[in-house]
Design a protein around this ligand. Structure first.
Ligand code: 4NP
Length: 164
């Protein structure tokens, strides 16, 4: 059975599709992409169908990520389908938690910020870069690369999957 991870932000055009791309590359590099299903969604549907923000695509592509996700809003069925639902900030977490009908669904929600280690002194969540300049996108990617790596290690430890 695949481990299904859903990354959530507000618009699903900056942080969460980037997180999806970062995590996808990690599982590919470790030769276990067949064991994972990785997706992203937003709590706001206004950008539905759009590719990630051109600024995020540009900054991510400089680090070798090709982001091709199409934005979509989170649905009730996502709460059952996915095993781990990763919120970028507290506002995202609250919105998802309100959608949950069962404790089992609510227990799937984790905070991306809990996996930030390197920039922990400055950030305990992934700030929204949408209204920021270039630096905001670089910080978001720095945080996502760090947090995805730590989330990945945690999953590997818990599931005892063998990696290369
Ligand atoms: P994201 O960034 O949540 O990281 O995708 C945003 C994208 C769009 C908006 C806000 C944040 N917006 O207000 O349209």
């Amino acid at each position: 059975m695949k481990i299904k991870i859903l990354f959530i932000c507000l618009g699903n055009i900056c942080r969460s599709p980037a997180a999806e791309g970062v995590m996808q590359r990690l599982v590919e590099e470790r030769g276990i992409d067949n064991r994972f299903e990785i997706d992203s969604a937003g709590t706001y549907s206004g950008h539905q169908g759009q590719l990630p923000d051109p600024r995020m695509r540009r900054h991510a592509s400089r680090r070798g990520y090709n982001l091709t996700h199409r934005a979509r809003p989170i649905t009730m069925s996502d709460l059952d389908y996915f095993d781990i639902i990763v919120a970028m900030d507290e506002s995202n977490r609250r919105t998802i938690a309100r959608m949950c009908a069962t404790l089992e669904q609510e227990k799937k929600i984790v905070m991306m910020g809990d996996y930030i280690v390197k920039l922990r002194a400055h950030y305990d969540y992934v700030p929204d870069p949408y209204y920021e300049g270039a630096e905001g996108f670089e910080i978001a990617l720095d945080l996502l690369e760090d947090a995805c790596k730590n989330l990945f290690d945690d999953i590997i430890k818990q599931t005892k999957i063998t990696t290369i």
